[in-house]
Design a protein around this ligand. Structure first.
Ligand SMILES: [Zn+2]
Length: 243
């Protein structure tokens, strides 16, 4: 793990820890409250703790550039949009955390898995972080590539669960509006992360690096912001429907 990542985690954990301590001392003062009521109150307090709601899985990194077009690399697009998404979510009061905050390979941080495959080490590390970081939604950011250069637009892949499909539908809908497309989300149950991650998870293919219009959007700061805003709007729609 990078130092930056660890320090972010520590700040998050410390904040949560302090809030738990406050809750405990408040409960200790009210001696007339029954144990059952105390447990109920604690459960409610737990619900309001500011733990990350969204884990942003930033696709590829370091030696793994992902797909590419000339010298444009998917890993850089994923990180640039993830950063914008992270800031937007937090500014809207939706706590988020990124599992990669710079240009490095998550496989290099995985010293626990016996596999020799760098790709598999990368995926298992991402899954492991999804278990360690307390979050409700897992959103994996990627960029598509097509042999046919006219292929364009967003595609969201989901797990075979209702919650994941709903999240995918909301994200697809928001991205379709932003990119003037009409695609439907796709079942992605063959993908390792969608199979293994326990919380509702989706893979968001934000556009095609092989398409001239999409690649302009994906590499310009204004276009990246539009994509990030659409993802936030999809998450908000999901939250509203899922509640
Ligand atoms: Zn990718």
């Amino acid at each position: 793990m990078s130092l930056q990542f660890i320090s972010k985690l520590l700040i998050g954990l410390t904040t949560a820890g302090l809030l738990i301590m406050n809750t405990a001392s408040a409960n200790a003062n009210s001696v007339t409250v029954s144990l059952e009521e105390e447990e109920k109150a604690a459960a409610e307090q737990q619900w309001t703790l500011p733990h990350p709601v969204v884990l942003i899985d930033v696709g590829h990194g370091g030696i793994d550039g992902g797909t590419s077009q000339g010298d444009i690399l998917e890993k850089d697009i994923n990180l640039a949009i993830a950063r914008k998404l992270y800031v937007l979510l937090r500014s809207e009061g939706i706590p988020a955390v990124m599992n990669r905050t710079g240009d490095y390979a998550l496989s290099a941080e995985n010293r626990w898995h016996h596999s020799r495959s760098r790709h598999f080490k990368d995926l298992t590390q991402r899954r492991q972080l999804s278990e360690e970081i307390d979050s409700r939604l897992f959103i994996s950011l990627h960029v598509n590539w097509g042999r046919n250069r006219s292929a364009r637009g967003p595609v969201v892949l989901h797990q075979p669960t209702g919650e994941s499909a709903l999240l995918a539908f909301c994200l697809q809908n928001a991205l379709n509006r932003q990119q003037n497309s009409n695609k439907l989300p796709i079942m992605g149950d063959a993908f390792y992360l969608l199979k293994k991650v326990e919380q509702p998870a989706v893979i968001v293919e934000m556009g095609f690096i092989s398409n001239p219009v999409d690649v302009n959007m994906l590499t310009s700061s204004a276009g990246q912001l539009q994509v990030a805003k659409a993802i936030v709007s999809g998450i908000r729609q999901y939250q509203w429907v899922a509640q």
